[in-house]
Design a protein. Sequence first.
Length: 75
Amino acid sequence: MGNGAKAAQKRERNQATANKGGKSQAKVNEAAKNIVCATCKQPFLLTTRAPALEEHAQNKHSKTLADCFPGFVAK
């Protein structure tokens, strides 16, 4: 097998992985941000817990958790 064949195989492998659509963690994280502060519109990850959201509401806006995140349900 010569160098040309190795290069061709490598191109085929790279093309196959490119077609799968690589998983970018940044894209995954962006899609997971669905908790949004009603006051400043700052997005938070779905996994953010109530104490962190309450801290944001109090420190940034001097409001309650319910004021800034009206649809938030603790899980």
